[in-house]
Design a protein around this ligand. Structure first.
Ligand SMILES: O=P(O)(O)OC[C@H]1O[C@](O)(CO)[C@@H](O)[C@@H]1O
Ligand SMILES: [Fe+2]
Length: 188
């Protein structure tokens, strides 16, 4: 059975700020929401980490959900600010990230601990296949803004990352960002 057609529509995206017009759903994540995710302790839990601006469509397998994410620059200890990161609840659901401004790294991990890290900068479209947890990291000094598109019924599994962490962390090294093993990663 196929579903009834939706009305076609468009949104306007400000590439510098990630603002969407119209912009009905905005999620605000502070460092407090990332408590326990960084190796070091968080000094100020009130600091804003990222906002997600979501295009509103029904979250079903026949639709594409999309959003802009605006990830602030900053560090906790040596680690650059990052998004929580998640697997999709339906594991094989894929996603595309198009970076609009700023610079960063997209860290992806399988449940067996294998990782792949890809550059994020304006004009790069990253393909995140199903089964890969994904987290973006702002390694620059300006907001990292990207547009994500994913299959509508993908859902979110945050718990696995909250419990085990990512296998790698991204820290500021002598010569720029370095990807290192996460000392707190819980291998399966
Ligand atoms: O959902 P997280 O892991 O907090 O990261 C936020 C970003 O990831 C997405 O959930 C898409 O993967 C976006 O909605 C948002 O871009
Ligand atoms: Fe996702």
């Amino acid at each position: 059975m196929t579903s009834a057609p939706l009305e076609p529509f468009a949104v306007t995206i400000d590439f510098a700020t990630g603002a969407l017009v119209p912009d009905p759903d905005v999620l605000d994540r502070r460092l407090a929401d990332l408590d326990g995710y960084f190796v070091a302790d968080i000094d100020d839990p009130g600091v804003g980490a990222y906002t997600v601006h979501e295009v509103r469509v029904p979250p079903t397998g026949n639709n594409l959900l999309s959003s802009t994410t605006v990830l602030a620059p900053g560090k906790v200890g040596d680690e650059y600010f990052f998004t929580k990161g998640h697997f999709h609840a339906i594991r094989d659901r894929a996603e595309i990230y198009l970076t609009l401004s700023g610079e960063g790294l997209l860290v992806m991990a399988l449940e067996d601990g294998r990782t792949v890290t890809k550059e994020m900068r304006p004009g790069i479209a990253n393909y995140v296949p199903g089964h890969w947890a994904h987290r973006s990291v702002n390694t620059g000094t300006t907001p990292l803004v990207f547009y994500a598109v994913y299959i509508g019924d993908a859902g979110y599994d945050y718990a696995t990352i909250a419990e085990r962490g990512f296998p790698v962390i991204v820290v500021e090294g002598e010569e720029g960002p370095e990807v290192r093993p996460n000392p707190r990663y819980v291998a399966s």
